[in-house]
Design a protein around this ligand. Structure first.
Ligand code: AMP
Length: 450
């Protein structure tokens, strides 16, 4: 099948060509005709399948073929997304296609000043890409009028439900006209997705494309069994020895993402983190830097990374396995995209064995395990004896670091300086410990004190 045979107009065909797409992906071949025909759509497709263009292209074309009913340019297409990052990505595609057909699009999300959004909406907009909470805020204030919406898209609907947006989605639907075309995209079909589809869709056509990350041959997966407290060392080793240029690393919590970022930075690896505790402007800036190749490592939590589209990402590392097996599939979908080869590496400690089992059950496959000479393989099967830990390679012991730091930088004695606490705070090669040692070395060199 070709893009021409899908009935796309010349402007969009040229946009597609300039993006380098040659043939439609399966979700595009299936969904575009449904949208053109005017029916509702319930699509099983995840990020990485080309689903954004699957709804953006026909919507933009249909909007341009039917000029707005009034001059005020109220939104006629609304795309609801779970995260700000996904909003940015969908909006970028909408803008790319839309401007060729003189359509205006904008994005609406929380965590940033509302005034600029109000002004943009006031100037007139055709397409809105929004997270549900902030959109509802605008709807309640009357700063957005949704009565002219002809297309509603629920993108990554399963994720929106995971994030607890169900009430907001239903409340947004109350503002929309009953006569509209609704498209729902979800990577999974849970009961709650079915219920939502029953409520919001009208006799939808169901299309499903292969779960990309599970079937994708271009993503090689490997597990490195390692002790929990050697993961940081191992990841640093992998990045440097493998001369990896760009890595997306998944951490389970915001705390762990920040901690790992600080430690990799300390190892001289250009790293930044994105998670929901970071301001939106910082997240956008960090993502841009990573996309432009200015950052070598991006550490992200699942929520922040959802929907990230970073072209030709060669490596994804699961620093910690996710709590939900499905998230593993989403994570590895960040690599090997659009036909490029990719590699997913999971650092798995013995305590994560049940999570690994759940992932393998979902994949219906066993992920091969490998080990690196410097990091003795540990048994990650429950009930097996874990091999004793070898001494860290070429790293001074935490005790030595603490002693060095203390000797080189004596301070006035405080309660918190008790030897017991110093020992504790430098345990396991923490950033604080290594930083103190580095300061100590520097102080010794320059002859400074304190
Ligand atoms: P999505 O699933 O919308 O996040 O898209 C995933 C990636 O596939 C993005 O990098 C798109 O630019 C790319 N893509 C979308 N459609 C095509 C296509 N027909 N051929 C090649 N790449 C595509």
């Amino acid at each position: 099948m070709s893009f021409e045979s899908l009935g796309l107009c010349a402007e969009l065909l040229s946009a597609i060509k300039s993006q380098g797409y040659t043939v439609p992906t399966p979700i595009q071949s299936e969904a575009i005709p449904v949208v053109f025909a005017g029916g509702d759509l319930l699509a099983g497709a995840q990020t990485g399948t080309g689903k954004t263009a699957a709804f953006a292209l026909p919507i933009v074309q249909k909007l341009s073929e039917n000029p707005p009913p009034n001059k005020r340019r109220r939104p006629r297409a609304l795309v609801l997304v779970p995260t700000r990052e996904l909003a940015a990505q969908v909006s970028e595609q909408m803008q790319n296609y839309g401007r060729r057909l003189s359509l205006r699009s904008t994005m609406i999300y929380g965590g940033v000043n509302i005034q600029a959004q109000i002004e943009r909406l006031h100037r007139g907009i055709d397409i809105v890409v929004a997270t549900p909470g902030r959109l509802l805020d605008h709807a309640a204030r009357g700063t957005i009028k949704l009565k002219d919406v002809e297309f509603l898209v629920l993108d990554e609907a399963d994720r929106m439900l995971d994030l607890g947006f169900i009430d907001e989605i239903k409340a947004v639907a109350e503002y929309l006209p009953a006569k509209r075309q609704t498209l729902l995209f979800s990577a999974t079909y849970s009961n709650s997705i079915k219920q939502l589809a029953d409520e919001l869709l009208n006799q939808p056509k169901r299309v499903e494309v292969a779960r990309r990350s599970i079937t994708a041959d271009e993503v090689s997966q490997v597990v490195y069994p390692v002790e929990r407290n050697r993961k940081r060392e191992m990841i640093s080793h992998l990045i440097r020895n493998g001369q990896w240029t760009q890595v997306l690393v998944f951490a389970r919590t915001r705390y762990s993402a920040d901690k790992l970022t600080a430690e990799l930075q300390f190892d001289g690896i250009n790293t930044a983190a994105i998670h929901s505790n970071k301001s939106q402007s910082l997240r956008t800036r960090t993502l841009k830097q990573f996309k432009q190749g200015e950052l070598r490592v991006l550490v992200a939590t699942d929520v922040a990374a959802r929907g990230l589209d970073i072209a030709r990402l060669p490596h994804v590392v699961n620093y910690e396995l996710p709590d939900v097996a499905e998230d593993y599939v989403h994570r590895i979908g960040r690599t090997g995209r659009a036909g490029e080869p990719g590699m997913s590496i999971s650092l798995v400690c013995p305590a994560e064995q049940p999570k690994l089992q759940a992932i393998q059950k979902l994949l219906q496959a066993t992920i091969p395990q490998e080990s690196i000479a410097e990091f003795p393989k540990v048994a990650i099967k429950r009930g097996m004896v874990v091999k004793p830990r070898k001494k860290a390679i070429s790293k001074p012991s935490p005790k030595k670091l603490a002693a060095k730091a203390k000797a080189a930088a004596p301070r006035t004695k405080k309660k918190s300086d008790k030897p017991k606490n110093v020992q504790k705070s430098t345990k396991s090669r923490t950033v604080a410990g290594r930083r103190a040692a580095a300061n100590a070395r520097q102080a010794a060199k320059t002859g400074r004190r304190g």
